[in-house]
Design a protein around this ligand. Structure first.
Ligand SMILES: N[C@@H](CCC(=O)N[C@@H](CS)C(=O)NCC(=O)O)C(=O)O
Length: 202
């Protein structure tokens, strides 16, 4: 297998997931700043033109970080990071979707629209970025309330929901476009997640 990637939060999700699973593979660096991900050659791997992309040994391409992680979970089920079948898996899915849709995507949209980082390839609307930044900040207390009563986001067990939210928070802190509210339970939990050896995987 081979992973097409760049230093970016979505590729990082896969790196941490791989480290949790003890999976390693060849990496191919894609320069997204220069737009290598928009070339016809790259779009043949992923028509959406984003990283990461996993290439299987038979030449199949799999894009979308979560789809890649699901496949890696299938290859190496331990530790279980998508939740045990039944209610635990549904709870992981619920918190993961909240982390991804309500927080991560708003942080990413704020970053893209406010900074114009990818203005060579998309229309950026600063005001929309500011709306997204506020939406991201406003939803963080929901995670804080959950983490006041639960060690990890979806319960007692570390899961992909924790990977996505922790990396999204790191990204928000790094790009500084979202004014993050005080969230002590999120801070407690983030230290716990960051102390895992997998979390420093690159
Ligand atoms: N939903 C996709 C999002 C992938 C994505 O947005 N990747 C960013 C890097 S974090 C990218 O490729 N950006 C390059 C661009 O927008 O041209 C996933 O989960 O993999």
């Amino acid at each position: 297998m081979r992973l097409y990637e760049s230093p970016s939060p979505n590729a990082r999700r896969v790196h941490v997931f791989m480290a949790e699973k003890g999976i390693d593979m060849e990496r191919v660096r894609v320069d997204i700043r220069k737009g290598e991900n928009l070339s016809p050659e790259y779009r043949a791997r992923n028509p959406i033109g984003r990283v990461p992309v996993l290439e299987l040994d038979d030449g199949t391409f799999l894009a979308e970080s979560v789809a890649i992680c699901r496949y890696l979970e299938h290859l190496n089920p331990d530790p279980c990071l998508f939740g045990a079948p039944g209610l635990p898996a549904a709870q992981v899915e619920m918190w993961h979707r909240r982390a991804e849709i309500n927080f991560f995507l708003n942080v990413a949209s704020a970053f893209r629209n406010i900074t114009g980082f990818f203005k060579d390839r998309e229309t950026c609307v600063k005001e929309w970025g500011e709306v997204c930044a506020k939406t991201a900040a406003d939803v963080l207390p929901v995670f804080d309330a959950q983490l006041a009563q639960s060690e990890y986001l979806a319960g007692d067990t570390f899961s992909i929901a924790d990977i996505t939210l922790a990396i999204a928070i790191d990204f928000a802190r790094m790009v500084k476009v979202v004014t993050l509210p005080e969230v002590p339970n999120v801070d407690r939990w983030h230290k716990l997640v960051a102390s895992r050896p997998s979390y420093s995987a690159e």
